[in-house]
Design a protein around this ligand. Structure first.
Ligand SMILES: [Zn+2]
Length: 649
């Protein structure tokens, strides 16, 4: 495997980080012990797995379910592979080997893999393939067929399985597929774009694992093809709107997040990958404009994105309704992917601020503590009756007809270790050969351990914390020999008076406390550059760094252009956004008012919602209790709101 292909700021892979954390470890374990097997079982029940057997000719019958269901299986394999790496499991290992054989058998001899078409042709019923779904012939209707979307997820799953197990079987299936795509598509070959972006990220992973530049070029080709109708392509497909698939302009000319949110943000992620690896300035510029647009005009306080139910799409600027917010769980996951890549491009903590917000408040509500119930849609307000979730429901569902979200969450938990630490060089010191040139970044706060090579020395780092419940973070460094490098500790925007890196939200009240750092008990001056406190020194084994992030309850106000939030206030503490639920507040919260004069107290309640810090507001109007938004809707059906009327009297 190639290790030479690095980003300028490279995250340590999850395989190098062990998480041992009271907040996240139970969720990672539930994902491994429940969700992985549950998702495979659901896939078996719904024909997702037997579609591969039918395509292979090992079973009779028509394709079952949606034409992009193959992708769900590839995503579960990706998550299962990560889980397998963290926790050896011979039964799961064996199950994956057998499943991969079923998938390999479904691949046509030239590398084509798309069960919906292969089954129809094998059954002699190609006429059932519809132009507005599968497409009548190979690659004929890419904007709707999801042929390239499916195999993009194959590539990600294959790389994960290879990295987790060292086995090449699925990787070889993926490479055979990618080689076919490379034979068919290119500047002098077939020119078209996938209707649902995903293959771009998958191809970059194939490039990074093989070093074969064809895959990187192909990823860039699919990105550069967007928005060029002069190839004779018409704006057909879903909703008849080219912006739905971000095909309205060349990617380098885009400056506003438009259309289907998951498509869009998978595309931005692919662009950031390509930009980080090639330095493509036009991509970097476009991504900067689009990111500013999202963070200043289209981001929910929860880190959710994609405001509209219609088209699962971004709304207009400042269109952020609460009760009808769509906020697909997959879109929050995509936002985590994108911001990780933006960090890897720029080395700026503001991207991790957004990532953290989306991870704790956008992604996490999508899955119940039990690991087998899911929100596809994540509103910020609920009246107890509106069926906001998919498939006509308002509770977390066991599965969906379109189950992209339950199969996406399964790959996030076990790969979380890959978001904690990163390496890079000081700006202007690309060779990393100057004094203090090497930088070690601490991006997220979770109990964890890693060993990283810094300037040729193995450095073990142990992180201890009760985050997100308190802001004390202790790092113990154990370099094999004393060594000089710069430790960069992220000082979150929320700890510097800014909930998001824009004017979309702001804290109503200033607080006097600020973050502090000690090294071996001695206070060090805090200088923050690009969101990081940097400490350059010769580190000795046993050095202890303690970071203290004050975590008072903060009142948040929204930009006045967001109509739904005018006159309203929300509560946040540290990285967490809070909500009021009926169950804690006498049944009703939608008409509640929170006075500026209310006293806000916190209390750790160990037996509530697997242990949460609740916020209690004491005021003459009647007291209110708030719980973290990620934990809502786990105690029956009832009213909920993140934003409350603000009482300034
Ligand atoms: Zn989804």
């Amino acid at each position: 495997m190639s290790t030479a292909i690095r980003y300028h700021y490279t995250a340590l892979p999850f395989t190098q980080v062990t998480i041992d954390d009271s907040f996240w470890s139970p969720r990672i374990e539930t994902n491994r012990a429940v969700t992985v097997g549950y998702d495979f079982q659901k896939s078996e029940e719904t024909g997702r797995l037997t579609n591969f057997d039918k395509a292979a000719g090992h079973m009779a019958g028509a394709h079952e379910g949606i034409f992009f269901n193959d992708s769900d299986v590839f995503k579960i394999i990706e998550g299962a592979a990560y889980a397998l790496h963290l926790h050896p499991d011979p039964a799961l290992d064996h199950y994956l080997d057998e499943l991969i054989e079923r998938i390999a058998a479904a691949q046509e001899p030239d590398g084509y893999l798309y069960t919906a078409r292969t089954i129809a042709e094998r059954n002699g019923t190609p006429e059932i393939l519809q132009a507005d779904r599968e497409g009548p012939s190979r690659w004929s209707h890419l904007l709707v067929s999801h042929e390239l979307y499916n195999i993009g997820h194959l590539y990600e799953g294959a790389v994960a399985h290879y990295q987790a197990t060292g086995k090449r079987r699925l990787l070889d299936v993926a490479l055979k597929s990618a080689n076919l795509v490379d034979e068919v598509f290119g500047p002098d070959k077939r020119r078209d774009v996938p209707g649902h972006q995903e293959i771009e990220m998958g191809l970059v992973k194939l490039y990074r694992v093989t070093g074969d530049e064809r895959y990187l070029r192909l990823a860039k080709f699919f990105l550069d093809e967007r928005g060029h109708y002069y190839h004779g392509r018409q704006p057909y497909g879903n909703h008849g709107d080219p912006a739905y698939t971000q095909d309205h302009l060349p990617v380098t000319e885009q400056d506003e997040a438009l259309g289907h949110a998951v498509r869009a943000v998978y595309m931005y992620s692919g662009m950031a990958d390509v930009a980080a690896l090639t330095g493509e300035q036009a991509y970097i510029d476009a991504l900067g404009r689009i990111w500013d647009n999202v963070v200043s005009k289209k981001l929910y306080l929860t880190g959710g994105i994609g405001a509209r139910h219609h088209g699962e799409a971004f709304g207009s600027n400042y269109e952020l309704p609460n009760a009808t917010a769509y906020n697909e769980t997959c879109a929050a996951i995509a936002n985590v992917f994108w911001n990780q890549r933006m960090f890897q491009l720029h080395g700026d903590a503001k991207y991790i601020d957004v990532l953290e917000r989306s991870l704790y408040n956008g992604f996490l509500p999508g899955i119940a503590f039990s690991g087998d119930r899911f929100f596809y849609v994540n509103p910020l307000e609920f009246d107890g009756t509106y069926k906001f979730n998919r498939d006509n429901s308002f509770v977390r569902m066991p599965w969906f007809n379109c189950s992209c979200c339950p199969t996406n969450v399964v790959r996030v938990f076990p790969s979380l270790g890959g978001y904690l630490y990163a390496q890079g060089n000081a700006p202007g010191n690309d060779q990393g050969n100057g004094a203090g040139g090497e930088r070690l970044y601490v991006n997220l706060f979770m109990g964890s351990q890693t060993t990283v090579d810094v300037a040729g020395t193995a450095v073990q780092i142990t992180q201890e914390t009760n985050y997100p419940w308190d802001g004390a973070i202790k790092l113990t460094l154990q370099p094999a020999t004393a060594t000089n490098f710069t430790l960069c500790l992220r000082i979150p925007g929320w700890a510097q008076g800014q909930p998001v890196p824009s004017d979309l939200y702001h804290y109503i009240d200033a607080i006097p406390e600020s973050a502090t750092i000690t090294v071996n008990g001695m206070a060090v001056a805090l200088t923050v550059q690009q969101g990081y406190a940097t400490i350059s020194r010769t580190w000795q084994s046993g050095d202890v760094v303690e970071l203290m992030l004050p975590m008072p309850v903060r009142r948040v106000e929204c930009h006045p252009a967001v109509q739904d939030n005018v006159g309203k206030v929300a509560l946040a503490r540290g990285p967490l956004v809070y909500c009021a639920e009926g169950v804690d507040n006498g049944g009703h919260v939608l008409n509640a008012t929170l006075l500026d004069t209310a006293t806000l107290a916190t209390e750790l309640v160990p037996d509530l919602l697997h242990g949460v810090v609740v916020i209690r507001a004491q005021q003459p109007l009647g007291n209110l209790t708030f719980v973290p938004y990620y934990a809502w809707a786990q105690r029956g059906v009832g009213e909920m709101t993140v934003w409350l009327q603000r009482g300034t009297a």
